[in-house]
Design a protein around this ligand. Structure first.
Ligand code: ADP
Ligand code: MG
Length: 574
């Protein structure tokens, strides 16, 4: 019962949104004109004018100086100096918990404290223009709001993914859960109608089954989103373009904060020698902001004995990132966290008559998914049963199935179509701000764009409906796959979206893995965390909640840190 969509039926403001969006005609597939600014015209904006307009820099150096020369030249520093920095960085990481499980230890993904390794890191923060940093921070609450609004429109989600459902079994299973919730929601609406418009006696005569649904409806008013919107700064057009919006398992809010602190610490010690100032690494409170949002959701749920349940993979080498959240919940908020796999939830879980989710004998107030985003997280029916059980309970789901689906690449592409944002947001300036960071996105049934992608595959990325890194298609493989799909028929087309390839600036950087530094040509991707908490009409939190820079060697297409492609990084504002 009651995913995020359930409140739709009786919350007046959200109802208006949905009613209008249902009545809007569904726009046709986006055309080549979708992102002329960045993709086709390649008209660079005048960066120096923009830089002149921004706030004065701290640390005394002039902006013009900063924008004219590279922030620091890695070639300038000899090996002995860099080794010293690396040594200090490794000590700091070990002492402060900037660690992951070491893959060479068998138990490192299961037993905390066994087989720890410093997280892969950039030795120094990556220069990032303040103007784009501000832009990315500014749109975070608007994206949070957008996700919430879209999640309430069950019909939009189902319609947008209807063709994908036929081509992709994983999306299809998620949509089945979403449909079930929409169906039970209709029952709830009916019961609510009886309650309000007929008489209270109806409630007394209602069956237990109906009562559970009704009770859940009341608690689904609480919606929690912990998102991360990822961007690359396109070098040619000098525009900040969104890669994707993560609405499930947005990782590294625990370790991301630590990388910023590590870089601040290194710059405090070596800043003079490097010519860098620690204050230009922005403060990053990602861990506590996410934990605070969970704590507030727990408070809204209002069961002092209930716990926060982190849904985890059976083996998790990135467990410390997650434990950081739990640690803040325990120490700052006195809230207990339990960790369960989906299989364990199926074994130990049940939903009480009043909708309470009980797992291992404990009531659960908030379910925080750090698993469940990939087909490999559902090796059997047990895991799907668990996902449905959680969804049907009154626990606050982070994310609900509707929030999860709203983060799919297909929905991202739908939202980029002309006129679609207007269905969900009222403020024109907000809409313009979001649209400004949309890259070109297309479905595969646009013949004009397919032709162009076959001719110039290097300008595109082909994406299946997957999360977690390592799934995208690049370069000649784009061409091969498009030609194959042309031969094989149209059904499979719906499993993919095509995206404009973004080309960020390539710089020489020091990347540290397994205790050793490498000097590499690298590119970076900025993730901005966003937290959103709402109870009925009351928006309790809607904020930008810290950041994460990820840097990878420029020859690598993929970007995941956990997937082994990138390192954790922070930014140095210039
Ligand atoms: P996932 O859900 O697997 O993280 P993403 O859309 O984030 O999928 O893509 C994975 C990685 O591929 C990104 O982190 C980024 O490094 C790279 N990537 C994705 N889209 C683009 C793009 N349009 N241009 C350049 N690189 C991209
Ligand atoms: Mg990603």
């Amino acid at each position: 019962m009651g995913s995020g969509c359930s409140s739709l039926s009786y919350s007046s403001s959200t109802f208006i949104v949905t009613a209008s969006s249902i009545s809007s005609p569904s726009s046709s597939s986006s055309s080549l004109k979708l992102n002329p600014r960045s993709f086709l015209s390649h008209s660079p904006r005048n960066l120096s004018t923009q830089l002149r307009n921004q706030a004065p820099l701290r640390c005394g150096r002039s902006l013009e100086m900063e924008s004219q020369k590279p922030m620091f030249d890695v070639e300038k520093f000899d090996d002995e100096f860099v080794q010293k920095l690396v040594y200090d960085a490794l000590v700091w990481s070990s002492l402060h918990g900037l660690v992951v499980g070491d893959k060479t230890y068998q138990k490192s993904g299961k037993v905390p404290g066994v087989g720890m390794m410093h997280a892969p890191i950039a030795l120094l923060p990556t220069p990032f223009p303040e103007i784009y940093w501000k832009q990315a921070c500014e749109v975070a609450p608007i994206f949070n709001e957008l996700v919430d609004r879209v999640s309430l429109d069950g019909k939009f989600i189902q319609d947008s993914l209807s063709r994908t459902k036929k081509a992709d079994i994983f999306t299809s299973r998620l949509l089945d859960i979403h449909s079930k919730m929409l169906e039970s929601n209709k029952t709830e609406v009916f019961l609510l109608y009886l309650l309000v418009h007929v008489n209270l006696h109806s409630l007394v005569t209602m069956s237990w089954f109906s009562f559970i649904h009704f009770a859940c409806l009341c608690s689904q008013d609480i919606r929690l989103g912990l998102h991360r919107s990822d961007y690359m700064l396109d070098e040619e057009t000098k525009s900040l373009l969104q890669i994707e919006m993560n609405t499930i398992s947005s990782s590294f809010s625990g370790l991301g904060r630590l990388v910023s602190e590590l870089h601040q610490s290194l710059l405090r010690s070596y800043g003079d020698h490097l010519g860098l100032c620690s204050e230009r690494v922005p403060r990053n409170a990602s861990t506590s902001q996410f934990a605070d949002a969970m704590a507030k959701a727990w408070l809204e749920y209002n069961n002092p004995r209930a716990v926060v349940m982190v849904v985890v993979q059976p083996e998790e080498r990135n467990m410390y990132d997650q434990h950081w959240q739990s640690s803040v919940l325990r120490e700052k908020h006195n809230i207990v966290t339990i960790r369960k796999t989906l299989a364990e939830v199926e074994n130990e879980g049940r939903v009480q008559e009043d909708g309470t989710l009980i797992v291992g004998g404990q009531a659960v107030a908030v379910v925080y998914f750090r698993s469940g985003y990939s087909p490999t997280d559902y090796p059997s029916e047990s895991e799907w049963n668990a996902r449905l059980l959680i969804e049907q309970s009154s626990a606050v789901k982070c994310p609900s199935i509707a929030y999860h689906l709203t983060g799919t690449k297909k929905i991202q592409q739908e939202l980029a179509k002309p006129g679609v944002l207007e269905r969900f947001l009222d403020n024109k300036e907000d809409i313009a701000k979001l649209r400004k960071c949309f890259a070109g996105l297309w479905s595969l049934d646009d013949p004009e764009i397919i032709k162009k992608a076959i001719e110039k595959p290097e300008l595109f990325v082909m994406k299946p409906q997957r999360e977690g890194g390592g799934n995208n298609i690049y370069g000649d493989d784009v061409k091969e796959n498009l030609l194959r799909l042309q031969k094989e028929g149209e059904e499979e087309n719906a499993a993919y979206t095509l995206m404009q390839r973004i080309f960020p600036k390539v710089s020489n950087m020091f990347l540290v893995r397994e205790g050793v530094y490498h000097k590499d040509q690298a590119i970076s991707e900025l993730g901005i965390y966003g937290a959103y908490l709402r109870n009925k009409e009351r928006v309790i939190i809607n904020e930008q909640s810290g950041y994460l820079m990820r840097t990878k060697v420029s020859s690598s297409n993929e970007g995941g840190v956990a997937a082994g492609f990138a390192v954790l990084d922070s930014i140095y504002l210039n």
